[in-house]
Design a protein around this ligand. Structure first.
Ligand SMILES: Nc1ncnc2c1ncn2[C@@H]1O[C@H](COP(=O)(O)OP(=O)(O)OP(=O)(O)O)[C@@H](O)[C@H]1O
Length: 608
């Protein structure tokens, strides 16, 4: 019977895992085992098995405890168990699992990724190695996750479960930037300590030579400024429903969908090309000497190719950052779509899926898509899709097949900064309140500095229609890093062209992070004056101050703060890229202004 088999599984576990006979388990009566030390039953089934610090020594044998499918809590903590952790995927009711402080080895057990009810998982203080799987991000009930003091390597997945309150990955060999997700941002730096290769904003360590986010200010920066990380919660009032000039009204019958239907016909050729290239690369790696690292790299590459092939064969979208596939291409095809506009890279639609989920689909221009290699596109989108920051609209998925490319973002319902600044305003309306300018500038600087800090990518097309307002009215940058695919034959309107830095005017490929800084300067002036970029005069810094003051009809009450913000805009839009500060320096300047203003206000109201 089921009842007695639970006892059998417990005894089988003990036989191997308790080589020094510390657990005094003997079965005299049918339900006796529910009284055994560490065992708790409900209706004759074991629901808790907690044998902490019992001096157990031995391997954790498969097909023993894994048969206790009613288990809610299992703790083998603080024993001397060794070897790999067996397949625990059958323990679907498990809510808490403590295997910490043992000598378990091997990789992160993939079976744990199937325990969707798990709330607490502790594997700390073992000898586990290999990477931390990205699919951990899918265990959305996790409250506590401890992986500290192992030998995990590779990058940290963008964990962003709202429930996750305790995370410790300290004392491993993790490398690369700590993803700036809202969940990880809330954690203390100690959660990540003891990983010399980790970097980024959250751990207060610069990433590589390009990123000096927390490094010393150099050359072009102005006086040292303090860096408050706290948002002042300045509220930006959304624009009315009026939208940008080229946005069409009403529902358009699913325009992009027709093109998508054609796509699946062409997949085979791209797939076989990719396969041939990857196979050739694979042989080269193996020939070099069969070192473990090369094999691991090769395996990773294989997995990627398989994923891409599968995606193409079944016409599936490739979801970024290991995220769960929330919808399929077919579902997108059935969605009703509204044309939002047509820009330099392609045409943008708002798509409402049957599930009522709303996404933004950008269909890249066909002519241009054929020019760059499919593998180049995939690699680029993989890198872009890894960017996660509260001030970036997340890139969720992409799709490509011969001649067709789609990229899918979250839809942002609160409009763009373009709408906010120009949308509902009459010609005589005043520009935004300066606190809104400061808040938007800080958000945008945060997002841009992040891109420059954690990758070698640049935005390449920053402008007010590419800064959207998120659900909390925070400014979120979109269309980042897509200028790579820009159609050079596209005739830009004068406003878009005015964001382009002098050195990048002839080709978007010559753009650098300093060109993003230039565009940021133009955007800041647009915020401050409410004037379209094409209406901004080219002025010496002192004259610029006068012009901004005149445009704002300033009575002198904003003087100091306005002057500081205008100065930031002015140095960002310096003609020579060398004279422009880096984005992290711009962010510090803006945060410095915010701090000095709040100190001023506090002393004014007698609070300091
Ligand atoms: N994720 C999104 N959510 C809501 N609106 C969006 C989203 N992405 C873009 N938009 C809006 O859709 C419109 C069209 O965008 P599109 O990117 O095609 O043109 P653009 O921004 O003018 O030019 P470019 O392609 O050069 O960036 C813009 O008004 C933009 O603000």
């Amino acid at each position: 019977s089921t009842v007695s088999s639970d006892a059998v599984w417990l005894l089988s576990f003990k036989r191997e895992a308790d080589q020094d006979n510390r657990l005094l388990y003997t079965l005299n009566e049918p339900y006796d085992y529910c009284e055994w030390e560490g065992v708790k039953c409900a209706q004759g089934r074991v629901v808790r098995f907690v044998v902490q610090s019992m001096g157990l020594r031995g391997p954790f044998p498969p097909d023993t405890l894994t048969k206790l499918d009613q288990l809610r809590v299992m703790s083998l903590r603080n024993n001397s168990l060794y070897g790999p952790i067996p397949d625990l995927s059958s323990l679907t009711n498990l809510k808490s699992l403590f295997l910490d402080h043992n000598n378990f080895s091997g990789s992160f057990p993939p079976s744990l990724l199937l325990l969707h009810r798990i709330l607490t998982l502790s594997l700390s203080h073992n000898n586990l190695s290999g990477s931390i799987p990205v699919r951990l991000t899918l265990l959305d009930r996790l409250i506590a996750l401890r992986l500290d003091s192992n030998n995990f390597s590779g990058t940290l997945p963008p964990l962003n479960q709202t429930a996750l309150k305790l995370l410790n990955v300290s004392n491993n060999n993790l490398t690369g930037p700590v993803p700036v997700t809202p969940t990880l941002s809330k954690l203390n730096a100690a959660s990540f300590s003891g990983n010399p290769g980790l970097c980024g904003e959250i751990v207060h360590r610069e990433c590589g030579s390009r990123s000096r986010f927390f490094g010393p200010a150099t050359s072009t920066s102005t006086a040292p400024l303090s860096q408050s990380e706290q948002s002042q919660g300045i509220l930006v009032v959304p624009a009315s429903a009026q939208t940008k000039r080229h946005r069409k009204t009403g529902l358009v019958v699913v325009g992009f969908v027709v093109a998508v239907v054609l796509v699946s016909v062409f997949v085979v050729s791209v797939v076989s090309l990719v396969r041939r290239r990857q196979a050739a690369a694979g042989k080269a790696v193996v020939a070099v000497g069969g070192e473990v690292e090369a094999v691991v790299e090769e395996e990773e590459r294989e997995v990627k190719v398989r994923r891409m092939e599968e995606a193409h064969r079944s016409g599936k979208l490739v979801f970024c950052c290991g995220e769960l596939q929330q919808y399929t291409l077919e579902m997108l095809m059935r969605a009703s779509a509204e044309l939002l506009g047509r820009g330099s890279v392609g045409t943008t639609y708002k798509a409402v899926l049957d599930s009522r989920l709303i996404v933004t689909v950008k269909r890249l221009d066909g002519g241009k898509s054929g020019e760059s290699d499919g593998v180049v596109f995939e690699r680029h989108m993989e890198a872009v899709g890894r960017l996660r920051h509260p001030n970036l609209v997340p890139l969720r998925a992409y799709f490509q097949a011969k001649g067709e490319r789609l990229v899918i973002y979250d839809y942002q319902p609160n409009g763009s900064i373009f709408n906010l600044v120009h949308g509902s305003r009459s010609a005589r309306a005043k520009p935004l309140h300066w606190t809104s300018c400061l808040k938007i500038a800080e958000d945008v600087a945060h997002g841009l500095a992040y891109i420059h800090q954690v990758s070698t990518l640049i935005h390449g097309n920053l402008k007010s229609s590419n800064v959207l307002l998120g659900t909390g009215f925070e400014a979120c940058i979109t269309d980042y890093c897509l200028s790579f695919f820009a159609d050079s034959s596209f005739t830009e309107d004068p406003d878009s062209a005015a964001y382009r830095a002098p050195e990048a005017r002839n080709s978007s490929r010559r753009a650098t992070s300093k060109s993003d800084v230039y565009a940021f300067g133009v955007l800041l002036l647009e915020l401050l004056t409410g004037k379209h970029p094409s209406q901004q005069p080219f002025l010496a810094p002192a004259d610029l101050q006068d012009w901004v003051r005149t445009m704002r009809d300033d009575d002198g009450s904003e003087d100091n703060r306005l002057e500081m913000l205008t100065e930031v805009a002015s140095i960002c839009s310096a003609t020579s890229p060398e004279q422009r500060p880096a984005m992290w320096q711009v962010l510090k300047m803006i945060q410095g202004i915010k701090d000095s203003v709040s100190m001023e206000d506090n002393s004014f109201t007698g609070l300091s």
